[in-house]
Design a protein around this ligand. Structure first.
Ligand code: 2P0
Length: 355
């Protein structure tokens, strides 16, 4: 179990007086898919409920950084951010806010002038959470930077601090630091869980989840209809807010038990209930959002029919969009391929798996 850290633990010691002139770093981080959903937050990125996710393997952000020592440290972080070869001012705005939140925890940040170059291994607007992998990769760079200046941290602390920083960029990014299964947010029954950072699943995972698949069916690759900021804000005044908190807490306990024992039926029931509840919350917000498309529902209903007929362990989850994530054990790959070919023959697919 990971020991509990407080905000104070993430403050860094004083920098040495002779800093290196230039530092070059490169890190990558995968995206993740939430099974217990994070939807609703308060204060500075404090989640309303604990969430649990699978870290993916192939869908990653790769970021390089070059930091050159400034003559004198400034009051502001000086940087340029290039995404897929082009300077990206939209990302710079978000990262500027992020740096404002984390500068106190990475004291060397303002002593250098930065240039970041970043790319994703998955298609743009594919519905894969690029803010999760993007802020996780950036946070890992900041941790390597700090260790270059101050000496190496113990691996667990370095990852926990990277997760702490990543959360301040985007909540779900906190869950992209550790491989496998991550839990972010305090839960009364999970020792070591914290609102400040994610932890790796603190129990034994049943082997049925080894190399577990997440195939993302791209129903719609258009721009997101509801931004995460807007989505989280809708929960503040939502009539079902308190029920959501208690259901999420219970679902977490049931899902954890199913992951330990390998009970795929219970696993699927909870994962699908969480996906539908996320969408139900959006459909009952003020204003409301209907994010599913006809093909989303078509695929879900056909999947359920097929599953009932053939008794196969293939389940779905949804993000805040129309795309469907199919979750299943390694053993079902060929059958899922056939099923999709019959139901949505032209559809684009990203084949990923749990790291
Ligand atoms: C999740 N989502 O748990 C949920 C489920 C989307 C649906 O976290 O405002 O981009 O940056 O903390 O992490 C999307 O929200 O939100 C999200 P911010 P984030 O993955």
């Amino acid at each position: 179990m990971i020991k509990q850290f407080s905000i104070e633990d993430f403050r860094s010691p004083q920098l040495p007086s002779n800093l290196p002139e230039a530092i070059q770093l490169r890190e990558e981080a995968p995206s993740n898919i939430a099974l217990i959903k994070y939807w609703g937050k308060s204060g500075l990125q404090i989640p309303m409920n604990a969430s649990l996710s699978f870290t993916l393997s192939e869908s990653k952000t790769v970021t390089g950084a070059r930091a050159v020592l400034r003559e004198k440290a400034g009051d502001d972080v000086r940087f340029e951010f290039y995404f897929e070869g082009r300077r990206n001012k939209d990302f710079e705005k978000k990262i500027h806010t992020f740096f404002g939140r984390i500068a106190d925890y990475i004291p060397g940040l303002k002593a250098y002038e930065w240039r970041f170059e970043s790319r994703n291994t998955f298609p743009h607007s594919s519905g894969i959470a690029s803010s999760a992998s993007g802020f996780a990769a950036l946070s890992k760079i900041l941790l390597s930077f700090e260790q270059t200046l101050l000496g190496t941290y113990d691996d667990t602390f370095a990852s926990v601090k990277a997760s702490f920083l990543a959360r301040l960029g985007s909540g779900s990014a906190s869950r992209s630091i550790f491989p496998g299964i991550n839990i972010w947010g305090h839960h009364p029954d999970i020792p070591g869980s914290s609102d400040l950072y994610a932890i790796p699943f603190p129990y034994e995972v049943h082997p049925v989840f080894d190399h577990f698949r997440d195939w993302i069916v791209l129903i719609d690759s258009g721009k997101k209809q509801v931004s995460s900021t807007q989505g989280h804000a809708l929960i503040d005044t939502h009539p079902f807010k308190n029920q959501r908190i208690s259901v999420a807490e219970k679902n977490m306990n049931t899902l954890i038990a199913a992951i330990k024992t390998g009970d795929l039926e219970v696993f699927g029931r909870i994962v699908e209930a969480e996906a539908l509840m996320l969408h139900a919350l959006m459909m009952t917000s003020e204003p409301d959002f209907i994010l599913m498309k006809p093909d989303t529902l078509h695929l879900i209903l056909e999947l359920r029919r097929w599953r009932a007929d053939e008794k196969i362990p293939v389940f779905f989850t949804l993000d805040a969009g129309a795309n469907v994530h199919l979750l299943f054990p390694d053993s079902q790959v060929n059958r899922v391929e056939h099923f999709l070919g019959a139901i949505l023959p032209q559809v684009k697919l990203i084949r990923d798996f749990v790291q």
